[in-house]
Unconditional design. Sequence first.
Length: 310
Amino acid sequence: MSFSSTTKNDLARIIPRNRCCQLAELIALVRLDGTIVLSQDKKISLNLFIENAAVARKAVKLLKLLFDLPLSVSVQRKKRLKKNNVYVIRIPGGDSYREFYDMMGIRLLNNKVVVDWPAVSQNNGCCIRAYLRGAFLGGGSINDPEGTYHLELITKDQTHMQVIYSMMQKLGLDPKLGRRKNWHVTYLKDSDQIVNFLSIIGAHNALLEFENTRIIKDMRNQVNRLVNCETANLNKTVNAGVRQEENIRFLINKIGYEKLPPKLKEVARLRLEYPEASLKELGELLDPPLTKSAVNHRLRRLEKMAEELK
């Protein structure tokens, strides 16, 4: 099961206490997953197409809590891609369902369907959280934190994208906007922002798993960086040692060990004896000991002498 599915399963168990929050979450679900149907005899009905079984159960429960209406639920098989099940919740029209359609802002005007989606108060933090939770359940996804950090909410309605964007900003998030084919996308890529969003919508189990994975991933990356740095330094030290050893042997063959300047003789001898030693280690072997800088200076003098003789 994907990280997105696990997160949605956890969120599907949350039923807000307040009726206003229940309604806000249901409006988001209907707006993202609902399809309005107008029959030949000019009767409105609405179908909710939901791929996640837990989310479908939650949608039915919210409809029952808020409107206590009989509903029909069926299961269809997707014909494309993964061929997953799709749960279809059908809400018929008629007088007995008028309250629902009025609350959703759906009505018939001059034999045409008109939709004025109800606004969620920007001053009511709990309703904004509920709406964003419904938006994630209806059109959201989140990458497994083992990979790249990415959370997004998609909608085919540009105005709705702006509503979601405004709500996320209201709660201190900094989302980005994009377009993918016919979809309008509101997304987060910063891991801290994603953690904050998960906290806002109440996905606490997903948040803990995300944080644990992120900590392990960051530690692993840090260890890899340190290992790579140490490896690079070691290679650099070994390569320098080999080069210096070759130059010193060349000098000795050309002019002899005894003709080397007195201050360079001992450094030359130690480098030949310890070709893989670092500058610090060579300096500690000298009597009296020398600093890395002093050892490096003497080895450079030896290399320069060798270059002049080549």
